[in-house]
Write a protein that binds this ligand. Structure first.
Ligand code: TXA
Ligand code: MG
Length: 339
């Protein structure tokens, strides 16, 4: 696997994509595992490399609006408004698909997921390849999404042609996915673009998931286990996290714990012995920091080999909705912990 760090190396990545090989690349959200989105073989290779179930479709990444017409058969009004406002950016639109899109990319659905990423490396790669690039997050299926090149290498290093290293990603959690084939539009996955910003433009959206009516379809990927490290992660209460943790953190001997905590909980907890590994998620007043640091922290604590992890709760405003969505998927409520 090659590991490219300069703009000069882009030609190598573009050539690989044109040959049908897989290349991991940075976007503003997380690293993607890219392949030619119009090639069924490349799409199938992506599922194989990730160990991903084939009914969990891929996002096609574009580098200009003309590419959209090649893959979507119609762009509803709401999608136009959102694309104008948030592209390039961390927003994925579900649209009716064009016949040129292989079933391997969409899992056989009659819709297609499209995103125009806001990252110079991603845009240069797509432009260079001249086709939409199919790219799921570049992690092994079920693991935390990669926000740095070393995360990708750890999971997929022996299964892909190469990585273009653009440094740590900015947003840190994946794009917001919104189904524009329905009216009102359905928020399938909260992410980098806040629900409030979307609703300010197109009015109220429906939420998929446990809070939604049964007949609202979810993103196919929502039923799978996600983002999880190899040890259990428990969700701390909104209030009193430090009170709960303090007895577990007493003394030099005892289990190794990984704590992913909001600033406020760290201050309340005070000093901890060396067996307790602390990862600062930033203040509750700035959930962008929690988004930026979440997946990196999970991997680092997992690699440091801890017995269990605990994670703070964050407010569900702005990108906080996406942060808590990921935290719920990867963690268990404290009540499930056996003592
Ligand atoms: O930020 C992101 O979105 C990153 C970067 C690389 O762009 N990509 C990403 O891809 O998160 P992935 O494959 O990890 O997640 C794609 C999600 C899955 O949950 C999948 O089920 C959903 O998008 N999806 C794809 N096509 C769909 C469709 N036609 N209808 C509904 N959901 C779809
Ligand atoms: Mg993913």
């Amino acid at each position: 696997m090659w590991h490219a760090t300069s703009a000069d190396d882009m030609a190598q990545a573009v050539d690989a994509l044109k040959r049908g090989d897989l290349v991991a690349f940075p976007t503003e959200t997380v690293y993607g595992l890219g392949g030619n989105g119009l090639s069924a073989d490349s799409c199938r290779a992506i599922y194989a490399a990730k160990g991903r179930p084939s009914d969990n479709p891929l996002i096609l990444h574009i580098s200009d609006m003309a590419m959209l017409d090649d893959i979507a058969s119609d762009v509803p009004e709401a999608a136009h408004i959102l694309a104008d406002a948030f592209w390039p950016g961390p927003l994925t639109l579900i649209l009716p698909r064009n016949a040129s899109v292989p079933d391997a990319a969409t899992g056989g659905l009659n819709t297609v997921a499209v995103r125009f990423p806001d990252h110079p490396v991603a845009q240069a790669l797509i432009r260079g390849a001249g086709v939409p690039i199919a790219a799921p997050s570049a992690n092994s299926s079920g693991k935390p999404s990669p926000t740095a090149a070393w995360h990708v290498a750890e999971d997929l290093g022996d299964r892909i042609a190469g990585i273009v290293d653009g440094g740590p990603t900015d947003v840190g959690i994946e794009s917001t996915i919104i189904d524009c084939t329905r009216t009102p539009a359905v928020l399938l996955r909260p992410g980098g673009i806040a629900r409030e910003a979307i609703e300010a433009l197109i009015g109220p959206v429906l939420l998929a998931g446990p809070v939604a009516a049964d007949d609202i379809p979810q993103a196919p990927g929502m039923k799978y286990r996600h983002y999880a490290p190899s040890v259990p992660v428990y969700r701390l209460p909104k209030d009193g996290a430090a009170t709960f943790l303090r007895p577990l953190c007493e003394g030099a001997d005892g289990p190794r714990l990984g704590l992913l905590l909001a600033d406020e909980d760290i201050s309340a907890l005070g000093t901890v012995p060396a067996r307790i590994l602390l990862w600062n998620m930033g203040s509750r007043t700035h959930p962008e920091m929690a988004a930026h640091r979440l997946f990196d922290g999970l991997r680092r604590l997992d690699d440091a080999i801890v017995d269990e992890m605990f994670i703070s709760d964050f407010p569900e405003t702005g990108i906080g909705l996406g942060v808590m969505n990921r935290i719920r998927k990867l963690s268990r409520p404290l009540e499930e912990r056996e003592t």
